[in-house]
Design a protein around this ligand. Structure first.
Ligand SMILES: [Zn+2]
Length: 335
């Protein structure tokens, strides 16, 4: 079915389609007919409430629950609506409305650990996340990073040096738990353990025998070096990480797409940084846009302006969609 679609930046992004309003990852409580929650990262769940009519995957609702957010899912999806695996974290989805519009939400195209990448979807209008939409954000292949990190761990272990692997608690920390599971012992910080267990409950093959950092500390296991500790992202200046360095001589490693920027390592005050990301790099983004082959592209988040300019230079009708945009008429179109 072809319907008139209007995209506006009101509360996050709103879509009006066949008389239905859908708010996409709303930033605050919303009165829309449906609220689409792409995934269970906290910054995407700010607009949730108990009124229901939430469009999200079952996994997102489950993970949200574990983080203290109740997502009351809509009993039925509106006609023409489909949730598309966006490959960002477990349960993450994009929203496809007929062939008219595809909203990617946060997405990644590269398969890594237990995650499959997001595939392209042909659509008239593409609303694409553009966190790393700047030319210099190019990530090495996942296998290359994996090899380097394993080499680093091997080197440190041979010298009895413990290592702290850091990535956000939901998503990256499970990928790290999975990718480096052949090493022993591995301890995990509490919030990582909670999310690891939630993944295991959802059928992901992560080791269930990883001990919590607190238990390892209480049992005096941290004195027995080396070990790996997986924690949420912390600055090397934080009291926690500083104490791990001081007490155990631990080496710190951060995993983030931002690490492409040479200043990142110093800003975070970590020993090593790798660009293992749950987002697309610049080339992935351009490739995705080409393969979706849209007539119109809206870029959101990160380098939205720069990415839209690049897309224009290669022939796409693209513009950034800024949250809080007042010139709504700018963003009205008809197919
Ligand atoms: Zn996210």
């Amino acid at each position: 079915m072809t319907g008139r679609i209007i995209v506006t930046a009101q509360n996050g992004i709103s879509i009006h389609y066949n008389g239905i309003r859908v708010d996409l990852d709303p930033a605050r409580t919303s009165k829309a007919d449906y609220k689409f929650i792409s995934h269970a990262h906290i910054d995407h769940m700010k607009g949730t409430d108990a009124s229901g009519n939430i469009l999200a995957s079952e996994e997102t609702a489950f993970l949200a629950e574990k983080r203290g957010y109740s997502l009351k899912l809509a009993k039925e999806m509106p006609e023409d609506f489909r949730l598309i695996d966006s490959g960002h974290i477990l349960g993450s989805r994009g929203l496809l409305i007929g062939r008219e519009l595809f909203y990617t939400g946060d997405f990644a195209v590269r398969p890594r650990a237990f995650m499959a990448g997001c595939g392209p979807v042909e659509c008239n209008t593409l609303v694409v996340e553009s966190t790393f939409g700047r030319r210099d954000y190019i990530f090495p292949p996942v296998a290359e990073t994996l090899e380097k990190v394993n080499q680093l761990i091997s080197d440190l272990f041979s010298r009895g040096i413990p290592i702290v692997l850091m990535g956000y608690a939901l998503g990256k920390a499970q990928i790290l738990s999975y990718l480096f599971s052949s090493w022993d012992p591995i301890y995990v910080e509490k919030s990582v353990l909670t999310m690891n267990r939630a993944h295991i409950e959802l059928g992901v093959d992560i080791r269930s025998d990883l001990k919590s950092y607190t238990a390892a500390k209480e049992e005096g296991l941290l004195q027995k070096k080396p070990w790996i500790l997986i924690t949420p992202m912390n600055s090397g200046r934080s009291r926690f990480v500083a104490s791990l360095k001081k007490k155990y001589g631990a080496v710190t490693v951060a995993f983030s797409g931002w690490s492409v920027n040479p200043r990142y390592k110093y800003m975070m005050n970590v020993d090593h940084a790798f660009s293992l990301s749950d987002h697309c790099d610049f080339n992935d983004l351009v490739d995705m846009v080409r393969r979706c082959n849209p007539h119109k592209v809206y870029t959101v988040h990160g380098f939205a302006g720069e990415f839209a300019s690049h897309l224009k230079s290669i022939g796409f009708d693209a513009r950034p969609l800024k949250s809080g945009q007042t010139a709504i008429s700018e963003f009205i179109f008809e197919d």
